[in-house]
Ligand binder design. Structure first.
Ligand SMILES: *Cc1c(COP(=O)(O)O)cnc(C)c1O
Length: 238
């Protein structure tokens, strides 16, 4: 089996190929290597291969790993977030991808102010309308974003989604296209304080499709680190 180093290289190559196919500028997609349940030696190997952003879905795991790895990389929170864990986020995570409700945003805003930082966030949208998944309903995104514009310590930088799982990456394409269209519509309406630039979409089995549809951040775990024990879709709240 190939090494983590080789798989990082291969993933980056595939991202750049898809970027070129879509007629997008080279380097316009950031690889977020998802390291939930991944041990420190494998993470170090990924960093040596050039990974610059780490995605974690549990606050405790991210805090423990950051103690060792430090801030040589960006730390991204990609999993569902409980209100009582929001206090740990500002100062720990560069980007929180999973903001999907006002009470969570309010708490992140308050904690960011206490910490003296501005928290970059993405609005998670449940484009697949799956009841078990996080994210606001697409038709609620505008109202929520307008409400969040009042939290001046949050920088809402874009949208994120996790589509319904399917072996066939083409089945994810309509969901990614919908997220990109929603981002453009929200920008046209001026719903956020600043324009939404980012689209966090695409995982191991469909990141090339996501890049073709405009992803700026892809979250890739098992294609780099191998299969994970446990559920492959979405974690319980941390
Ligand atoms: C686990 C996870 C990923 C990575 O999934 P892979 O299929 O292993 O690439 C991406 N996004 C979220 C939100 C996740 O929880």
């Amino acid at each position: 089996m190939s090494s983590v180093w080789e798989r990082v290289r291969e993933t980056r190559r595939r991202i750049e190929m898809a970027t070129a196919r879509a007629g997008r500028a080279p380097g316009s997609v950031k690889l977020v290597a998802v390291t939930k349940n991944v041990d420190l030696p494998a993470m170090e190997e990924a960093l040596r291969a050039g990974v610059a952003a780490i995605g974690e879905s549990r606050v405790q795991e991210a805090r423990a790993k950051r103690q060792v790895i430090g801030d040589r990389v960006e730390w991204h929170m990609i999993g569902p977030l409980q209100l009582n864990k929001a206090k740990y986020c500002p100062g720990l995570f560069t980007v929180v991808h999973s903001v999907d409700r006002e009470d969570l945003a309010r708490e992140l805003d308050r904690r960011a102010r206490d910490h003296g930082v501005w928290q970059c966030c993405l609005l998670q949208v449940n484009v697949g309308r799956e009841s078990q998944k996080g994210g606001c309903a697409p038709e609620k995104a505008e109202e929520l974003l307008r409400a969040l514009a009042g939290f001046d310590r949050l920088r809402m930088a874009g949208l994120m989604t996790v589509p319904p799982f399917d072996e066939d990456p083409e089945r994810a394409r309509p969901f990614y296209r919908e997220l990109a269209a929603l981002r453009d519509e929200l920008n046209r309406k001026g719903a956020g304080r600043e324009p939404l630039a980012e689209l966090s979409m695409g995982m191991s089995n469909d990141f090339e499709v996501a890049v073709e549809e405009g992803a700026t951040l892809v979250r890739v775990g098992s294609a780099i680190f191998g299969p994970r024990p446990g559920p492959l879709t979405e974690d319980k709240e941390t």
